[in-house]
Design a protein around this ligand. Sequence first.
Ligand code: TPP
Ligand code: MG
Length: 577
Amino acid sequence: MSKNAAQVIIEVLESAGVKHVYGVVGDTLNHITDAISKSSIQWVHTRHEEVGAFAAGAESYMSGVLAGCAGSCGPGSLHLINGVFEAHRNHAPLIVIASQLDTMSLGLDMPQDVDFKTVFSDCSVFCEQIYNAEQARRIAVLACQAAISKRGPAVIILPVDISNTEVKDSVPYSVHFPNPVRRPSDDELKEIVSIIAQGKKVGIYAGAGCQGAHDLLVTLAAKIKAPIAHTSRAKDFVEYDNPYNVGMTGLLGVHSGFHMMTDCDTLLLLGADFAWGQFYPQHAKIVQIDRDASRLGRRHPVTLGLEGDVVASLEALIPLLQERTDDSFLKECLEERKKTEGTLLAEEEIGHGSVIHPQYLTSLLSKYADDDAILAADTGTSMVWALRHFKTNGKRRTMVSLRHATMANAMPQALGLKKTYPNRQVISLSGDGGLAMLMGDLLTIHQENLPIKIVVVNNGALDFVEMEMKTEGLLNNYTDLKNPSFAKIAEAVGLKGFEVLKAVDLDQAVQDFLAHPGPALLDVHTNRYELVFPPNITATNVVGMAAYSVKALLGGRYRDVEGVVENTVENLKNKFL
Ligand SMILES: Cc1ncc(C[n+]2csc(CCOP(=O)(O)OP(=O)(O)O)c2C)c(N)n1
Ligand SMILES: [Mg+2]
């Protein structure tokens, strides 16, 4: 049977394991969607292409299996861009089909002509146009291979006339799935052993590369009596069942993680590419192991940089290490951890009167969510509450836009995660700003009948930015959100809506909402004046906040200052008393 180039491309995607392609149909994409309709791949019709790219990126990030997104020429594929950037920063393998005008029209300034090679070059590991239908299989294979091996989006630019051209397709190019074992050499391992032996305060900093290494990390920590701090992206792999865990560091982190990182004299950096140099120890010896050697020493100078996967490297390293007896640094860090846990617990308490603290809300989600629930949280304050207050257990997963930090990621990512894991509970912790940004795709949730649970942290503001402004001593401008009832919007588009205005009603509402069998939205009116404190409060933070308060008072914003001061005092009490 004869095939056109579009059919060949879809055949390759099937062979590479793609289950879903997300996007919006249209003109130049029609032969691709026609080929999909005749394949085992499911087309997921989103209302906005950006949502499709977020969803596909979440699917491949979480499952490791290739997913796809696609757009029509010009604006259709341009709409994908932010989601493709998110996948690129997450190292998520992704196939992007950017359909293009017919080759006769290209370069003639015809309507919708966009140079996709330029547009996608900065957010992809592969970006090629198919110039001749006979290239279809080969380019599709190269795209899948690059996405899998280099872990990122691979873009296929496909002119419409080529997509419908018949091909001979006689050469059997195919996709491969190598699974190498990578670790430092024996001599390099000996060097690590010697550096650890010289250290007095040895710590471990675990990153996302520690996926699958939980038990090895615990064994390592037990043997060398080292506390383990971790990046936000490593939360799911490190935090649970781990008596050595001292928590996250960084701006979103907690005090005990910060303390360990600043106080150690020797640090094992495992699969961690944490971006902010100021959170690394300034005078410690650092040994870094990463599967990508180009990341060695790029965030902070290191003493010894080695290439390897964390699991294979630890399997080889642990037997060579001597058991340490001195556990004084570990004990000191665990004491700090206990204090930090007390602070977090105090923040999770039910608010006075009707005030709903988002930490309380998140702790209830943590309490009642399924054992293997997946929680995606929006950029803004939601991501902080999720990372600090949603407990993991080895089965639960969290997803936050940490490296791209885009708004509106959570609901679209939840959509892709529910398509991938239909039998698991998927929750989106959305900002009121974030949800409104891509709210049209609530319709997709209804149309696809996806029983996703969306929680809206309805604080009436672009709160995270408001806080940035205040700590910089600026008056908060343009951050107000005049919100509708999100619960009523949900009802109008086919989701079950819940709305909570008082803290006393929240516990039961969270239970009812999670137990609802279909898609549901819980609109929670949370406290606007909730401050996200970094693990170390600097003089600059305090001065900035004071300057804001004076300006707000002079400007007649008495209520705002009252709210901020009340919460600041409460938070400082929790931290220091
Ligand atoms: C697409 C995009 N636009 C703007 C920003 C800047 N920004 C970061 S957080 C934020 C506010 C988010 O507000 P909301 O969703 O209501 O969450 P909140 O912080 O109030 O919980 C903004 C505007 C961004 N990161 N991404
Ligand atoms: Mg908000």
